[in-house]
Write a protein that binds this ligand. Sequence first.
Ligand SMILES: *Cc1c(COP(=O)(O)O)cnc(C)c1O
Length: 477
Amino acid sequence: MRYLSTRGDAPVLAFDEVLLAGLARDGGLYLPESWPQFSPGEIRALAGKPYAEVAFAVIRPFVAGAIAEADLKRILDETYAGFEHAAVAPLKQLDSRTWLMELFHGPTLAFKDYALQLLGRLFDHVLRQRGERVTIIGATSGDTGSAAIEACRDRDRIDIFMLHPRGRVTEVQRRQMTTVLASNVHNIALEGTFDDCQDQVKAMFNDLAFRDAMNLSAVNSINWARIMAQIVYYFVAGVALGAPDRAVAFSVPSGNFGNIYAAYGAGRMGLPVAQLIVGSNRNDILTRFFDSGTMAVGGVSPTISPSMDIQISSNFERLLFDVFQRDGTKVKQVMAGFRKSGSFAVSAEEHQRLRRLFDAHRFDDSETAAEIAARLQESGELLDPHSAIGTAAARAETRPEIAAVVALACAHPAKFPEAVEQACGVRPELPARLADLYEREERCSTLPNDLAILQDFIRDRRQDPPQRAASRTKGAA
Ligand SMILES: *Cc1c(COP(=O)(O)O)cnc(C)c1O
């Protein structure tokens, strides 16, 4: 399988190169040249299989030519063996047409583990093949940081440096990062805001000499391999509820549009998807787009579902590529205009075509809290605020052709104990494996918001790659 950029102006790459590159050189996002196709018979054959086996069937065509089948199989078995629930992504029935897919059985209790646990292992495997090491840097306002750290801890070929704004993440979020004491994990509490953290990460990527010397890489949500890994659980849920003979709708609490785009991908591969329902909080750029056909940037205000507090949904560009019939030049023009003016529109016909598949609903914090209380009362499920937006959006969706809808439970309620307790009076408990989180030792360095100091810190702490050091130091000295 080969991959092309949504902006049509970057080299076509193999899977291992796309994995390490993240963003394409033309600023676009990578996509497979064509979607692998699954026949009804092949989909039916997935029913009842363990999660790792479905993952193998779904992922194999995407990595063909880059990762040997036996290696892929071993990596997938190892990845999902570490999840707490035997089903990995279990389904629970909420009412006669609504199911909940629990995606919080990984090490950091959010759905990001389902992709990142695989990504860390794929990085290590590909880097070993290529004889390289990377330095992963990232900025986090909470959730992504811990999932990335858990994915990279103890990996031979990776050093990870994660910046968070000092004092501005919750204690659970901070401890999930800082109590990982592996020698290749480096937590930095930056004296600044989340935006300062992001700006410093960007500045380090833009310093090309530093970028090359450190072999910088990222595992943020635009990495193709994360989408690929997320496609798997849509197949798992679909076949459990009767695919290919019954179409299923999915309701997805959305921010960067990565998770719901993976559902769209599953549909492109042959899974019958009745409808895709986008759930938003007050930061409703996506909901406004699906209502109007115009994507317009607004401000960001903090909510009780912080992982969806986004200004721009970066993965939407992948859908736009299809909306424009895979015309990369047009995507490039539209994205350039979007950056300048803060808005773009699709044609009425394109909008209508999208609306056949997509619908979107928005909920403010008090509606989200009311949904948490209602679900607890009516079905005994304690939901986190993000998951509650998913179930609320599923209930708001009244198209008669939907016989079954799967709402995604994207995080464990104990990740957001204050908001959940305020909504319904019940304080969610951390699962047993994290019960001692508050007693664990923390390791973290506080640094000023200063690029040169950050770069020195990273140079000093990362492990020197022996096979590259010789050739690189000459050039750098
Ligand atoms: C990341 C995240 C989201 C948003 O997912 P996208 O793929 O960015 O749309 C929603 N809920 C939770 C709990 C998350 O961690």
